[in-house]
Ligand binder design. Sequence first.
Ligand SMILES: CCC/C=C/C=C/C(=O)SCCNC(=O)CCNC(=O)[C@H](O)C(C)(C)COP(=O)(O)OP(=O)(O)OC[C@H]1O[C@@H](n2cnc3c(N)ncnc32)[C@H](O)[C@@H]1OP(=O)(O)O
Length: 305
Amino acid sequence: MSLLSRSIVLMRSTRVRSGIISRLYSSNTEVPQFETLEISVPKKNVFHVEMNRPKQLNTFNKIMWQELNDCFTSLNDNSECRVIVLSGKGKHFTAGIDFNSLIELASKMEEFDDVARKAKLMHAYITYAQNGITSLEDCIKPILSVVHNACVGAGVDLITAADMRYCTEEAWFQVKEVDLGLAADVGTLQRLPKVIGNTSTARELCFTARKLQSKEALEIGLVSKVFPDKDSAIKEVLETAEKIALKSPVAVQMTKKSLVYSQSRPTKDGLEHIKLINQMMLQSEDLKKSAMAQATKTETEFEDL
Ligand SMILES: CCC/C=C/C=C/C(=O)SCCNC(=O)CCNC(=O)[C@H](O)C(C)(C)COP(=O)(O)OP(=O)(O)OC[C@H]1O[C@@H](n2cnc3c(N)ncnc32)[C@H](O)[C@@H]1OP(=O)(O)O
């Protein structure tokens, strides 16, 4: 088998288990089913994605990287889904990458002697993992993440690709990669400095791998709010999600599109981009409905987008 075929098999073998099977909930909303993620619809138009490997501390394995990508791509295309809440089941939010998957990867690398061929395999693996994380940013629906207890390594990559971050009092965060002898490579180095708006603190966290407790996470702006426990966090964040879900999906989704587009581009480019979007979207019936509701101080409903 060629190197390319091996890489493709390595990446695609997960698809068999993570096929998108629709399931009907009481709300008649169709949700995709996964092995490492559980999806529910606790409120109208609000989807809850839970990392579901509690025994493995929600560590990221080969299947999970793929399923994250499949999940957020599927929710991006699901018109009933307007807002997403992301959390983890079990004791911790996540303990980062699954060490067993690193061992598996190392043994695959052993099959090659040549550095270029090893590098190509590694390139494919990193791309695969990056795609799992970047799918959150590419998903046009707002994603509200809720961290409890440990959020280590890949967990920080994950939440910095989400739109909003909340946590519990006992939560802590750690950009652990340097302690494992590697530079973080699936998003933290690119997104964390922008998320907290402070390159000095971001670099300190990345260089030292020190634990960041919830109180300081709030102070530096990594999270928007700290809750006493997970139950109250999920309850309140779902309420925030519901408020967003009641707004025009055109307005909310184009807002995310513009924010994401503008975060790494000059202001002028962002302004041009939103002009092109709004020359169409301002013609939507959502604008008239919203304006009327505001003017008459009444509530209105919007069609799914
Ligand atoms: C191309 C991909 C790029 C991605 C890179 C990503 C990099 C990273 O994510 S770097 C960070 C890696 N993670 C860690 O270093 C965390 C290691 N774990 C811990 O520090 C602790 O387990 C933790 C503080 C999270 C939880 O502590 P707690 O006391 O609650 O549990 P433990 O007794 O330590 O662990 C319970 C069992 O889980 C096993 N385990 C923990 N972490 C991992 C892991 N990352 N992968 C696999 N298994 C893990 C731990 O060994 C225990 O197993 P057992 O003894 O069999 O019960």
